[in-house]
Design a protein around this ligand. Sequence first.
Ligand code: PLP
Length: 373
Amino acid sequence: MALPPPAELGMSLEEIDTPALLVDLDPFERNLRRMTDSLQGLPVRLRPHAKSHKCPEIARRQIALGAVGVCCQKVSEAEALVEGGIADVLVSNEVVGRRKLERLAALARRARVAVCVDDAGNVDELDAAARRAGVELDVLVEVDVGAGRCGVPPGPPALALAQRVQAREHLRFAGLQAYQGAAQHLREGAARRAAIATAVDHVRATVRLLEDHNIPCPWVSGGGTGTYLLEAASGAYREVQPGSYVFMDADYARNLQAPEASPSFELSLFVLATVMSRPTASRAVVDAGLKAFSVDSGLPEVHGRPGLTYVRAMDEHGMLEAAPGVQLPALGEKLLLVPGHCDPTVNLHDWYVAVRRGRVEALWPITARGAVW
Ligand SMILES: *Cc1c(COP(=O)(O)O)cnc(C)c1O
């Protein structure tokens, strides 16, 4: 049972109930177009990561602007996107456990589905699940190109796993997943360039080794918002998978500009909050706390109100501080907060309230909200 949205079409910001997750449509649409434009003439496909928005409506807009499909991180997220009409999904992650593998294989009857592996036993279980479902699955071997998350080391371990996939009847070896996640938020452009140069070296060496063993590697995917132009221009990648660019967040805004790695995208995601208490002359409390945004990348920033700082988050409350000489907002005032990290913030909300120049234009359900299994 979905809860009703916190707004109605045509409302002004003042009328929207809070906390609400707002998408500002003008910068949002510019971000989508800027992504497509930035890849013109480069030898890569665009497969945006849907873990950032969890919303088929947004995925459809990305596809209308040239994306070939989406990435998802979890089987349930992929199920929600396929249910919403998306026909081509890469689960850019490992899927472990019989129940999950069954659901993944069943999904491949309804859409084109690919998945990543980094373990030989998991390859066998994936093959068994595909056989039971009567499908063939595209499989990417995930290579750790420096992120230190999942993935086998580049070179011989990746070759061994690719050979194992190739030998399975219900799996197709499709290529490599080579996402350098740790590079995305490196502040300096030079540091991001160096990290991706290393990743590209690992990809090239691994692809060469595979080809030496007669294993073609048509699909190499990776790249996020902070670096994707570097992967795209390298010639070693065939696909990029940025996610956060649609919204951006306070943490990405702290990256120093590096146009060769990523164009400047605009903030388009906000949590609208109301001042719900002014108990003393020096204290204002808003109604948006830990259940309205994530704080793993820092507290939210108060948008367009210099001198006002969000200093402490509790479950349902947030404390604001004013710099000397700056007025605290009045009881009932509405404030726009910029989340520190967009993806986990989105996962806390059921609806996007899409606004244009201060008026509600659309309400989009976040149908993969909570789809983390
Ligand atoms: C999160 C993620 C992305 C997208 O990263 P952004 O920084 O949001 O652009 C791409 N690929 C994988 C595998 C990811 O986990």
